[in-house]
Design a protein around this ligand. Structure first.
Ligand SMILES: CC(C)(COP(=O)(O)OP(=O)(O)OC[C@H]1O[C@@H](n2cnc3c(N)ncnc32)[C@H](O)[C@@H]1OP(=O)(O)O)[C@@H](O)C(=O)NCCC(=O)NCCS
Length: 201
C-alpha cells in the first residue's frame, strides 16, 4: 500500500487519537481519557513552541503518526501550564471512577524523576501505526521525516525512551538508528534510553 508522509494537522487528530487508543491502552496518559488526548495532548504538538508531528497517509486514511518536540523539558512544562484546568479535571474525573489512578500518577511521577538526563534536547514522544499496517516501512519513514525535520533545524540528536524488555520497540528503534545509551529501572520496569545521532547517522 503506497503512503505519503505529511505534516500533522488538526484534520488528522481524530485518527491519531484513535490509533493512540488502539496502541497504548495501558498508558497513564490514555487513562486520562479520550477527551484529554483529543483536546490537550495531541493538539499541544500543533500549538506549543517546539512541538511537531507527521502522519503517513495511505488510501485517504492515517496509517501512522509520529510526534516529538525540539526541547522536551520545556515542551512538557508548557503542556502542564497550557490547559491546567483540563488536565486537573481529566485527572479528578478518572480518579473518581478509578481511585487506583492516584497510585498510578505517583508511580509515573517517580518514573519521571528517575529518568536520566536526556542525551539531547529533542525527543520522539510517540510513534504508532494503525493496527494492520506494520512491517511496510511506515514506521521507518516516519522516523526519517522526524530526523530530516530536526536536522534542518540544527539539532544534532534526538532521544526516545522505551521498555527494554519489549522486543518490538527495541528492534524498531535500533533498526531506525537509535543507539541505546542507558538502561534504568523504575517502578519494576526496565527502561532504556536511546539517542539518534543526526550528524553521523
Ligand atoms: C513499532 C512500530 C511503530 C513499527 O512500525 P513499522 O512500520 O511496522 O516498522 P517498519 O516496517 O518501518 O520496520 C523497520 C524495521 O524495524 C524493525 N522492526 C519493526 N517491527 C519490529 C518488531 N515487531 N520486532 C522487531 N523488530 C521490528 C525491523 O528491523 C524492521 O525492518 P524489517 O521489516 O525489514 O525487518 C509499530 O509496530 C507500532 O505501531 N507498534 C505499536 C506502537 C509502539 O509500540 N510504538 C513505539 C513506542 S512509542
Amino acid at each position: 500500500m503506497p503512503f505519503t508522509i505529511l505534516p500533522l494537522t488538526a484534520d488528522h487528530l481524530d485518527q491519531v487519537v484513535a490509533i493512540h487508543l488502539a496502541r497504548f491502552p495501558e498508558d497513564f496518559i490514555t487513562s486520562l481519557g479520550r477527551g484529554w488526548l483529543r483536546r490537550v495532548f495531541y493538539p499541544a504538538y500543533l500549538e506549543l513552541a517546539g512541538g511537531f508531528g507527521f502522519v503517513a497517509v495511505g488510501e485517504n486514511t492515517v496509517r501512522g503518526y509520529i510526534v516529538g518536540s525540539e526541547d522536551s523539558r520545556s515542551f512538557y512544562a508548557q503542556m502542564l501550564r497550557w490547559r491546567t484546568f483540563g488536565l486537573a479535571w481529566s485527572f479528578l474525573w478518572a480518579a473518581l471512577r478509578r481511585p487506583r489512578m492516584i497510585k498510578r500518577a505517583l508511580a509515573v511521577r517517580r518514573t519521571v524523576r528517575a529518568e536520566p538526563e536526556p542525551p539531547a534536547p529533542a525527543d520522539l514522544s510517540y510513534v504508532a501505526l494503525k493496527p494492520g499496517s506494520e512491517r511496510r516501512g511506515i514506521g521507518a519513514a516516519l522516523v526519517s521525516a522526524l530526523a530530516d525535520y530536526l536536522r534542518a533545524r540544527g539539532h544534532e540528536g534526538c532521544w526516545v525512551k522505551g521498555w527494554a524488555d519489549n522486543p518490538q520497540t527495541d528492534g524498531f528503534y535500533q533498526a531506525a538508528g537509535f543507539r541505546p545509551v542507558q538502561d534504568y529501572y523504575s517502578d519494576g520496569r526496565h527502561w532504556r534510553l536511546y539517542v539518534l545521532d543526526l550528524v553521523r547517522p
